[in-house]
Design a protein around this ligand. Sequence first.
Ligand SMILES: *Cc1c(COP(=O)(O)O)cnc(C)c1O
Length: 377
Amino acid sequence: MKKIQMVDLKGQYDKIKDKVASSMMEVLDTTAFINGPEVHAFQKELEEYLGVKNVIPCANGTDALQIAMMGLGLKPGDEVITADFTFAATVEVIALLQLTPVLVDVEPDTFNIDPEAIKRAITPKTKAIVPVHLFGQTANMDAIMEIAEEHDLFVIEDNAQAIGANYNFKNGESKKAGAIGHVASTSFFPSKNLGCYGDGGAIFTNDDELAHTIRGIVNHGMYERYHHDVVGVNSRLDSLQAVVLRAKLPNLDAYNTARQTAAKKYTEAFKDQEHIEIPYTESSDDTHVYHQYTLKIINGKRDALVKHLNENGIPCGVYYPIPLHSQKAYMDERYNEADFPVTNQLVKEVISLPMHTELDDEQIDFITKTVIDFVNS
Ligand SMILES: *Cc1c(COP(=O)(O)O)cnc(C)c1O
């Protein structure tokens, strides 16, 4: 059996190696390292793929979120509602901009932000909602867009984990994750579903005016050379990373299908296990692109299982072990433990298994058998 990896970047790279190498050599020869034609071409190709009017590439997914919020003109003291159960980057940029993060609980089955909890957290100061499409599954955008409309709030989708996923609206319409809210951010960190070979990110929006504002913000607030109209940042995707992303984008659907296929095999093996809860998926398979395959171990053996898997050569992860509202940096007297029953429970039960495009049946069989034998022992 091949050595099991949490993420197999090498196996995927081997299949696009020649394309990446030849395009990288061209960039080196032209020396168009920053804002070169490769970046522009990638931007256009991603706009087309997502069905979104504007993609603005930037340096990473954390910057993308921050820049999206700057572009919306949010002001210190404005309240921004987001999920308690997510990667810290989401709440970090809210705090950095001196906005007030308001963390709310998630749903026990999808792990995504709970629309009812959003409603309870709205105050006259609330200006935006940041749903995170966690682990690759789209959040309940019907409900979130409805709440936003009713209360006149911006919706900023943190799409770092779900690029390529669809959301199917109740009215039958379907859109790509990141093409639904007022603005969205994504990350091209190497392990993400569409990852480059360094850092990268992008902002998406259908609002041309907002896109214009953001294009200036990423470039030191310049709309005309050496005229600085707003306070901006320096955040760019470089041409060598764009080369990797252009080689990968045509394969993104196939990559996501490979993840979904691996997820189905896991689920088939785990579905009748009494101590294991499998990830919940909507009826339609395309709403989850399995950035992570995350189980709940409900008999108290999660931590022991992590140790057992590691001892048996099976990498795994606990995303996330501590609720954000309990992190030192984000504690706030406004929070009440009773408001986070789901997150407080999830952090004790979740475990993410190896998930990438190169998993084979032998590896999956070994992983599922090892997990099942242990939780029943
Ligand atoms: C990875 C990630 C980010 C940050 O992306 P970087 O490119 O690492 O800055 C933000 N939000 C979520 C949910 C993520 O998973």
